[in-house]
Design a protein around this ligand. Sequence first.
Ligand code: BES
Ligand code: MN
Ligand code: MN
Length: 463
Amino acid sequence: MQNIKAYVNEHKERFLNELIELLKVPSISADSAYKNDVLKAAEIVADELKKAGCDLVEICETNGYPIVYGEKIIDKKLPTVLVYGHYDVQPPDPLDLWDSPPFEPVIKSTETHPEGAIFARGACDDKGQMYMHVKALEYMTTNNQLPCNVKFMIEGEEEVGSNSLVDYVKKNQEKLSNDVILISDTGMIAQDVPSITTGLRGLSYVEVEVIGPNRDLHSGLYGGAVANPINILSKMIASLHDENNHITIPGFYDNVEVLSSEERAEMAKAPFSLEAYKQALDMNDVYGEKGYTTNERNSIRPTLDVNGIWGGYTGEGAKTVIASKAYAKISMRLVPGQDWKKITALFKTHFENIAPNAVKVNVTPHHGGQGYVTPTDSIGYQAASFAYKDTFGKTPIPQRSGGSIPIVALFEEALNSKSILMGFGLDSDAIHSPNEHFGIFNYLKGIETIPLFYKYYTQLNKV
Ligand code: BES
Ligand code: MN
Ligand code: MN
């Protein structure tokens, strides 16, 4: 029997190489051209779960991409940890901004990652973080250190809204029954500042279409006399925030959870440098809702952002034209208290109401989901906290994140258990951006920390 530190040290080359093989597969769920690669990633995950010691592994077919399920049940009387993660990745574009090809992983060191980081799409979100759990299982099974039951549920549609997983979870409540859900698909504050994510924002994602004249027109012959859908869309979008950067949709803030000044003061204790934040993004200043700090703006407050906007002529040179149609994709990040379906409906009504008579508008909802907050006094949180304390030498700071994993709220509803979000990525790891990477230090620390979670969780359950 080896302790986890020694085991990681002995096997780290292989742990890295295995992850690199998985990262070579372009499992882009959003793009159907990569269908076979997404399926291939699922097979790799299934094979690796078997090798790591699962007694039962299944590739569960769905209407979309399969869900990889694995389990090792050692004693029905012991607690069960359900691990969730995803093997799909975001599209890598814009490709020309990558320093090396997104699916040809390379290891390079950076200022934040002097030990080196693996650069590849999905390195941090979420293949690298998901794979830490596979390797932690390998350690526990080969060293007789698995103290409880474990189930794995790794999906391939997280980046496109987890549609198939919603049905799967609802239909398999018995099979997925567990005492706690463990997820590494978020981040931590810094290499030397461990943190546990205690909240995720909800999401409502919509697409809007503004239709003017029935065809593209000469901007001289018609300009000034007809509605230009791009002008109008821009105006409508601009009106969605007021001068204080509050969102103007009636009812939008109705049920927003308001934090007490004590809670806000507690949040403000987390180490944060506004100067470093601005510098890292090369911005003269930050920007956002009046009355809130940067960390509040990106975690406990709801937002509305245009993610893409298009229409008219965008090719080389100039073309004098008034487009017939203009489009935008808009995301709203939501906080506890806000119901994503209600918010989507409020947006639609408001957007239709503010459109001038001269245009038609269509609002198409895409996906969405509820926000999530996990308590810090649960056994699961305590176990995670002790685990980090052992490996980082510091008690982790609870921190609410601005990102979304919409399925987590459904886990609580359908499976009646809390999710513990043990993220090991950094905000600077560039998830969803060019040059995504994951620190080798973070990867190996994750593998070291996870078995301790199992140990403490099982111990705390006995008392
Ligand atoms: N892993 C991220 C979410 C995340 C990252 C949460 C960092 C907290 C910290 C996840 O893969 C993701 O990208 N979620 C999407 C939503 C989804 C419905 C596409 C998001 O947050 O935009
Ligand atoms: Mn993710
Ligand atoms: Mn993601």
